[in-house]
Ligand binder design. Structure first.
Ligand SMILES: Cc1ncc(COP(=O)(O)O)c(C=O)c1O
Length: 388
């Protein structure tokens, strides 16, 4: 028996697999420190949980419209206007089961077989696989450390062909924590507009930014870009709601209906009572986000302090998300061997950069407590010292 061609070269999500392995080892009593997590360790704020529980109690358990409940689409539309300077009507917004499904819906809506999709590398693990699922061809464009792992207009132009359909931009960035400036995004979007290349702007880490910075939205930088751009965002990271599976895409008018149709024939819609929780997230107090960001910032500083003391590990200071992408070139190990040995010898879990397309680095997540960071980084320091 043979599987369909579209899944023959599909790889499972290694980051999710690693995280599960760490959780399983811990459940067996192994003293694990987990720096592989892709989710905040905070609990979902109480008022959000209460809204979802209230919805359940009130029997809000039936099908909703495929694009989401009208009040949530309205709240997202208002949020995009207030926070991002974006004008999307509620009909242009499709609520999805996580930002991940939002990305896939976009790709399914616009990618034709053999279309090329440009993905700056290192990249979030799911992008190339989702492009393949949609029948397209991922074109991985290596970025440079000197540029903070951000793709330049020249690198973008060098990889364009007549088949280029879309570029995926992600800022703040997983796995490097890099953050594009308005000027950098504008230059990339300008080039895309000249060549009529679409943009998927994955802004899931938008709220998790440090040093007084702000994450600009590509579609807000010009009306030309707005027509080409799909803005993806969600509730997972900013409101510690990863398990709720709630995200959304805001699309130009010409594509919004098709995206909603895809959703109507696949998952139908995001979970009814979870949508009420998302509504509370956007309508309720925002100090929970500020508190979480302040705490993540303390952890970011602490992890950087540890790394600064280690010989042979270097990194570009991250300005967003909750990852540090540490370069291990000087240590003479590839990223998989580094992570395997680190787990075996010190019981610390890190993600090998190879899963993000960059074998010279490992990803350390600081979405864990300061105590865990101290405990784990002490072990990483001992391990790194042993490699000299
Ligand atoms: C860059 C990026 N985009 C999207 C997602 C998916 O978010 P969600 O959990 O809302 O599907 C993640 C999750 O790790 C991510 O890192």
């Amino acid at each position: 028996m043979e599987l369909a061609r579209r899944v023959r070269h599909l790889s499972p999500s290694l980051t999710l697999a690693l995280d599960s392995k760490a959780k399983a080892m811990r459940a067996q009593g192994v003293d694990i420190v987990n720096f592989a997590s892709g989710e905040p360790d905070f609990d979902t704020p109480e008022h959000i949980k209460a809204a979802a529980m209230g919805a359940l109690d009130a029997g809000f358990t039936k099908y909703t419209p495929p694009g989401g409940i009208p009040e949530l689409r309205r709240a997202i539309s208002e949020k995009l206007k207030a926070d991002n300077g974006l004008d999307y009507s509620p009909e242009q917004i499709v609520v999805t089961a996580g930002a991940k499904q939002a990305c896939l819906n976009v790709l399914l809506a616009v990618v034709e077989p053999e279309d090329e999709v440009i993905i700056p590398s290192p990249y979030w693990v799911s992008y190339p696989e989702m492009v393949k699922l949609a029948g397209g061809e991922p074109v991985l464009v290596p970025t440079r450390r000197e540029n903070g792992y951000k793709i330049t207009p020249e690198e973008f132009a060098d990889h364009m062909t007549p088949r280029t359909r879309l570029i995926i931009l992600n800022s703040p960035h997983n796995p490097t924590g890099s953050l594009y400036s308005e000027k950098e995004l504008q230059a990339l979007a300008q080039l895309a507009a000249e060549e009529e290349i679409l943009i998927l702007s994955d802004e899931i880490y938008e709220k998790l930014v440090y040093d007084g910075r702000k994450a600009p939205s590509v579609a807000a930088l010009g009306s030309l870009f707005y027509e080409l751009c799909f803005t993806v965002n969600g509730f997972s990271k900013a409101y510690a709601m990863t398990g709720w599976r709630l995200g959304y895409v805001a699309a130009p008018r010409w594509a919004a209906e098709a995206i909603e149709s895809i959703q109507s024939h696949t998952s139908s819609h995001a979970t009814s009572f979870a949508q009420r929780g998302a509504l509370a997230a956007y309508k309720g107090p925002q100090d929970c986000v500020a508190e979480m960001v302040a705490e993540l910032d303390r952890r970011r500083q602490r992890m950087m302090q540890w790394l600064n003391k280690m010989d042979g590990l270097t990194y570009v200071p991250p300005h967003g998300a909750f990852y540090i992408f540490a370069d291990i070139t000087a240590l003479g190990l590839d990223s998989r061997s580094f992570c395997e040995q680190l787990l075996e010898r010190e019981h610390v879990v890190a993600v090998p950069g190879i899963v993000f397309g960059e074998d010279s680095s490992v990803r350390l997540s600081y979405a864990t407590t300061l105590e865990e960071i101290d405990r784990g980084m002490e072990r990483v320091a001992r391990f790194v010292a042993s490699l000299h």
